[in-house]
Design a protein around this ligand. Structure first.
Ligand code: PEP
Ligand code: MN
Length: 265
């Protein structure tokens, strides 16, 4: 799948990084420059934020999209940002290179259908209580509506375990890679919920065959409007990228995954 000159789902391991939410131009430009230097190809940042409380910061909306677009002009990074509502699809598609569907929207079928004609690739996050079959059915809604360019994202699921924010389902990656042809990326930030665990989960994603990462990075995580506890500092992101390097050569191809699994029904 191609996003500009970036191929996702091929040989390259594609890193998408940036803040949970777009808060200001300075925050986004500084982050974009830093993550680009460290090797990220795609800038993330939510302009429309799904929050568990109506009293939390809800995002900057169109102003946030414009900030992301400026960061693309300055750094050359492609942009991924979340779309929460059918009514925002056109405006988000005007600014974004990849449309993100959040975990809470994975079963918003009218949004998925509308994304079938948005003209952009879609990154579909696994819902918190969704099986892999549920995730694939949601991907089919987008494809059947006209858009085959869907990237799947494992971001942790809700279980009885409370030590992490969500439970990272590491097996999701080889299962999805063997049963369908879509790229699969992992989001260690929302899986872990704490920054200390993000690099090790990222490494696990690499060695089980993920096609890339979606990672939260913030210039001052303690000041972040959302998800500060799981956001990496610039220095932590730099060292995570360096630490991942030796593992990239261990990334199994889909063929090797399939052979190792002995084939999945
Ligand atoms: C996000 O990427 O900031 C986000 C809200 O993620 P999720 O939909 O996985 O909770
Ligand atoms: Mn977040």
């Amino acid at each position: 799948m191609h996003v500009g000159d970036i191929a996702i789902g091929g040989d390259e391991f594609v890193v998408m990084a940036g803040p949970c939410a777009v808060e200001s131009e300075r925050q986004v430009l500084d982050t974009a420059e830093s993550v680009a230097r460290a090797g990220a190809r795609i800038l993330r940042g939510g302009a429309y934020k799904p929050r568990s409380s109506p009293y939390s910061f809800q995002g900057l909306g169109v102003e946030g999209l414009k900030i992301l677009s400026k960061a693309r002009d300055v750094t050359g990074l492609a942009i991924i940002t979340e779309v929460m509502s059918e009514t925002d699809v056109d405006v988000v598609a005007e600014y974004a290179d990849i449309m993100q569907v959040g975990a809470r929207s994975m079963e918003n079928f009218s949004l998925l259908e509308r994304l079938g004609t948005c003209g952009r690739p879609v990154l579909l996050k696994r819902g918190m209580t969704a099986t892999l079959e549920d995730l694939l059915r949601s991907a089919q809604f987008i494809a059947a509506s006209g858009n085959p360019d869907v990237i799947l994202c494992e971001r942790g699921i809700r279980t009885f375990e409370t030590a992490t924010r969500n439970t990272f389902d590491v097996a999701a990656v080889p299962v999805l890679k063997t049963v369908c042809h879509l790229p699969v990326i992992v989001d260690p930030s929302h899986a872990a919920g704490v920054r200390a665990l993000v690099p090790v989960l990222a490494r696990a994603g690499v060695v089980v065959g993920a096609d890339g990462l979606l990672v939260e990075v913030h210039p001052q995580p303690e000041m972040a409007a959302s998800d500060g506890e799981q956001s990496l500092t610039f220095a932590q992101f730099d060292s995570m990228m360096l630490d991942l390097e030796p593992y990239l050569s261990l990334r199994p191809t889909a063929d090797r995954l399939y052979a190792a699994a002995g084939g999945l029904d």
